[in-house]
Design a protein around this ligand. Structure first.
Ligand SMILES: [Fe+2]
Length: 264
């Protein structure tokens, strides 16, 4: 993988065919300066049965939170404090409301770990160490996994961007499940190639460094869908206290506000 040009002027723009000359549609490992930095691999239909069920049955919510862009999505796993709205670290509402889908999603992340182990072992080692050092065990659905949170996003073509908010250096993990859809290639304009993002492909890449975006999606069949399942860990999770202390902190803050009101 050799960078052929800088493309910062493309940020927030819709990808176009002229941004790439090659579409990759088979398994490959990406190397940069002799080091493995990513992976593109097709998984079998059979090993995707569970996660496909989760993607097709989850109740999606309109949200403007995901990377600052509007999307339809479900969030599973751990979330950091959000001042005023949800000022404590916790598991997402979906984690409890859709217990079965949550188990399917984090069940698949075991396969993700095996894939890292086989193709990107030093990345896994590093990511695990970062999470072990900075995130309390209460927020780790799987004790040996560096992925704290997972999103299901549906029918969503995202413009050129870099991922933000994840632990620095951790790779982005995107699994595509789709049917009756054309387009939707994942374009890396600085390198002049796109990933086909066919059904069942998992892409692992440095989304915080490399600009990427999704080609417009065209429906070609009656019941079309395109789901991307993304595994990640938000850096803000490093500020979380153990859950019990998070709840105490929230109560403490409520008390302080009550006292303030009384004084005025
Ligand atoms: Fe991204």
């Amino acid at each position: 993988m050799i960078q052929i040009k800088k493309c910062d002027e493309l940020l927030k723009k819709t990808p176009s065919k002229s941004d790439y000359s090659e579409v990759i549609s088979e398994d490959c490992v990406f190397y940069k300066e002799g080091k493995a930095v990513g992976l593109y691999i097709r998984l079998s239909k059979k090993e995707l049965l569970g996660i496909r069920k989760a993607a097709l049955t989850t109740k999606l919510q309109k949200s403007s939170r995901t990377r600052g862009l509007p999307t339809q999505s479900s969030v599973f796993g751990s979330l950091p404090r959000i001042a005023r709205r949800n000022d404590f670290c916790r598991y997402s509402a979906k984690t409890k409301e859709e217990r079965e889908n949550n188990d399917l999603i984090f069940g698949f992340s075991k396969r993700l770990l095996e894939i890292y182990q086989e193709h990107l072992p030093s990345n896994l080692e590093r990511d695990k160490q970062v999470i072990d050092e900075s995130v309390e065990m209460d927020y780790r659905i799987q004790k040996d996994s560096p992925f704290l949170t997972a999103n299901i996003n549906v029918n969503h073509a995202i413009k050129y961007h870099r991922d933000t908010g994840n632990f620095k250096g951790n790779l982005s993990n995107v699994l595509i499940l789709r049917h009756g859809i054309a387009g939707g290639e994942l374009v890396f304009p600085e390198y002049g190639f796109a990933l086909s993002q066919d059904d069942g492909f998992l892409a692992i890449f440095d989304g915080q460094t490399e600009i990427h975006g999704v080609m417009p999606i065209i429906k070609t069949d009656d019941n079309p869908y395109r789901a991307s399942i993304v595994y990640y860990s938000l850096e803000q999770m490093k500020h979380c206290y153990p859950y019990k202390e998070e709840v105490e902190r929230l109560q403490q803050k409520a008390t302080e506000r009550a006292i303030k009101r009384k004084d005025h």
